[in-house]
Design a protein around this ligand. Structure first.
Ligand SMILES: [Cu+2]
Length: 70
C-alpha cells in the first residue's frame, strides 16, 4: 500500500517561466515524486511523493542543485 505525502516548499530565486520549468523538472526528477506544481508568483512548490522512497531534504537538495533556494 502506498501512502503519498503532499508538502509545500518555499522557493527563492525564480524570476520567470523558465525558472519555473527548471524547478518543476528538478523536482519531478527526484525518485519517489509523483506530482509537482510550481507556483511562480507564490514562490512555492506543491509536491506529492512517496515517503518510503524520498523525503523533503532530497527534494530541497534537487531544487538547490538546480540553482534555487529552498
Ligand atoms: Cu527565469
Amino acid at each position: 500500500m502506498i501512502i503519498m505525502t503532499e508538502i509545500k516548499i518555499k522557493i527563492e530565486g525564480m524570476m520567470c517561466g523558465h525558472c519555473q520549468a527548471s524547478v518543476t523538472k528538478a523536482i519531478a526528477s527526484v525518485k519517489g515524486v509523483s506530482a509537482t506544481t510550481v507556483n511562480l508568483a507564490g514562490k512555492e512548490a506543491t509536491v506529492t511523493y512517496d515517503p518510503k522512497i524520498t523525503n523533503v531534504d532530497a527534494i530541497k537538495a534537487a531544487i538547490v542543485e538546480a540553482g534555487y533556494k529552498a
